[in-house]
Unconditional design. Structure first.
Length: 543
């Protein structure tokens, strides 16, 4: 059944859109018989998990469908034109000028070899607008409009010299450069800190109101929907399952899938802390300091960043401790020091009484199996040319476990994380959530006592996130593991952690039982992190 949303004044009308996938894909169509409108001056959120077709529909609008993927039916009407019939040259004239797009990952969308100002100016140049001097002036004005601090300095910077939130603001500036009538934002806040995410959402909402744009906002998070949407379109497996006013859908979802997405949002109902198995310390961190220094050059001053500043805490056997903070808080550096990917400048890391921070060479190699890490991006941390069974077995093999035994153990671990029988497949053959399960299996391969999970669920769909959190808790109980859970989201940490440590600028600013830190935070910074969680102040549908 075709589900259609019509508005009195649509700026964009999608009717019966069907997009075919290449032969051999997991299904025939990425998008199937999809119809909805985007009204003038509204924010329409398109919601769904990875593979739902929400981004593919946006790519069809922009004429950016991947090779081998094509629209086989339907129309996308904009200003009397069917965008599906345009040539590439006609699409280039339209992109940016009348329809702008913000991509999910600014670091891959921005040219790493070009300064920020040149990349914004290039948008004007591509459409033959303004003189070089005027382009630079307008680029600076755009950086000021999107709220980048010190725009005069940022305009000369390269993308890697900016934070994730600043890079996303640059992408917004580029998308808005030519004052488009429609802005498509494809998951622009997915892996950002909650405070940065809140700032980006507020910025998009403010710009939309001031400029009178229409916004098509693609997301997997109903918390974002509650924050900014006028209307919402829910997609699953390429089809629309629910469509309507955002407030009505949030409070009275009709489709079971919509209810499942809403229920997957981490709750403010915090479980009672189970506590550690014993009072025996597993990890004792004492007065840890870490400073990163960069050498200066002819035109570049030397720089010093204090990533960790007198950090001390204890993690008990069988306990889950959350490390929470924004980018730059030092939480990931702390995790890397714990697994000895970084060595602290001062202080000690004691693992069951052994000074882990002082170990070197063969002694360190023999002890490394006790602490393992789950990385944020499982695709980047897996070799794309190595089958996942071997990727899991490599650690045990390096620690003198016979190859056949290590591969058999890899099969068992894949079964344990719900991916039995997949050892011969390559990383690209799995979804994001499945790849994270592989990362967990690899971390378990050396029978560790402590696992450090560094933002292990931050970029996942909320429903997949819930599954991974449940899996971690289940494995922790089965295998008597301790867990150091690093995240930027206090609400996620409160669901799984016994205690929470909040970090800011390399220092611990608050710590205590998860319920206490979440429900009655003492520090202003902790309260800011809580207030920044999208949709938290909105009343969502009850589970």
């Amino acid at each position: 059944m075709t589900m259609t949303s019509t508005t009195d004044d649509p700026v964009l009308s999608i009717r019966g859109l069907t997009i075919a996938l290449p032969k051999g894909a997991d299904r025939d169509f990425a998008v199937e018989d999809v119809s909805y409108d985007v009204a003038r001056g509204e924010i329409m959120c398109v919601v769904g998990e990875s593979g739902s077709g929400k981004s593919m529909a946006a790519n069809a609008i922009m004429g950016l469908l991947p090779k081998g993927v094509r629209a086989v039916a339907g129309e996308v009407m904009f200003d009397g034109q069917d965008l599906l019939t345009l040539t590439e040259k006609q699409h280039r004239k339209l992109r940016g000028l009348r329809i702008g797009m913000i991509f999910q990952e600014p670091m891959t969308a921005l040219n790493p070899l070009m300064r920020v100002g040149a990349q914004i100016s290039e948008v004007f140049e591509a459409h033959g607008q303004f003189t070089p001097r005027e382009r630079q002036e307008k680029a600076l004005a755009l950086l000021e409009e999107v709220g980048i601090p010190q725009p005069e300095k940022a305009i000369r910077a390269y993308p890697f010299q900016l934070s994730g939130g600043q890079r996303q603001r640059v992408m917004i500036a580029m998308a808005l450069a030519l004052a488009p009538e429609v802005l498509i934002a494809d998951e622009p806040t997915t892996a950002l800190d909650v405070t940065t995410q809140a700032q980006i959402l507020e910025l998009i909402r403010d710009l939309q109101q001031r400029r009178g744009m229409s916004v098509m906002f693609i997301t997997h998070d109903f918390g974002v929907v509650a924050e900014i949407a006028n209307r919402v379109c829910v997609m699953r497996h390429g089809r629309i399952v629910e469509l309507g006013e955002a407030e009505h859908v949030l409070k009275h979802p009709q489709d079971p899938y919509t209810r499942a997405l809403i229920e997957a949002i981490p709750s403010d109902v915090i479980p009672e802390a189970r506590g550690a198995e014993t009072d025996t310390p597993l990890l004792e961190v004492a007065h840890l300091d870490k400073v990163f220094r960069s050498r200066g050059g002819l035109f570049k001053p030397s720089r010093e960043v204090r990533a960790l500043d007198d950090v001390s805490f204890v993690l008990l056997k069988g306990e889950t401790v959350g490390i929470v903070g924004e980018s730059g808080s030092g939480k990931s550096t702390l995790g890397r020091c714990v697994v000895r990917l970084e060595r602290p400048d001062h202080g000690t890391l004691s693992l069951s009484g052994i000074d882990f921070s002082a170990l070197k060479g063969e002694t360190l190699r023999r002890q490394r199996h006790r602490v393992q890490m789950i990385f944020q991006d499982p695709y980047a941390s897996l070799n794309p040319r190595t089958r996942v069974g071997m990727a899991i077995a490599q650690g045990p093999i390096a620690n003198d476990v016979p190859r056949e035994k290590a591969l058999a153990q890899a099969d068992e671990l894949l079964e344990l994380v719900g991916l039995g029988g997949t050892a011969d497949r390559f990383p690209h053959e799995f979804s994001g959530g499945q790849r994270q399960r592989i990362g967990i299996a690899r971390a378990l391969a050396l029978n560790p006592e402590l696992i450090v999970a560094d933002e292990a669920v931050s970029a996942l769909d909320v429903s997949i996130q819930a599954q991974i959190l449940e899996l971690l808790e289940d494995l922790k109980q089965k295998l008597s593991l301790a867990l150091l859970f690093i995240t930027h989201d206090l609400r996620v940490a409160a669901q799984i952690c016994d205690r929470i440590i909040v970090m800011q600028h390399g220092r611990i600013v608050e710590q205590g039982p998860a319920r206490d830190v979440f429900l009655t935070p003492r520090e202003a910074y902790t309260r800011e992190l809580l207030e920044a969680i999208p949709g938290r102040e909105h009343e969502l549908a009850e589970a």
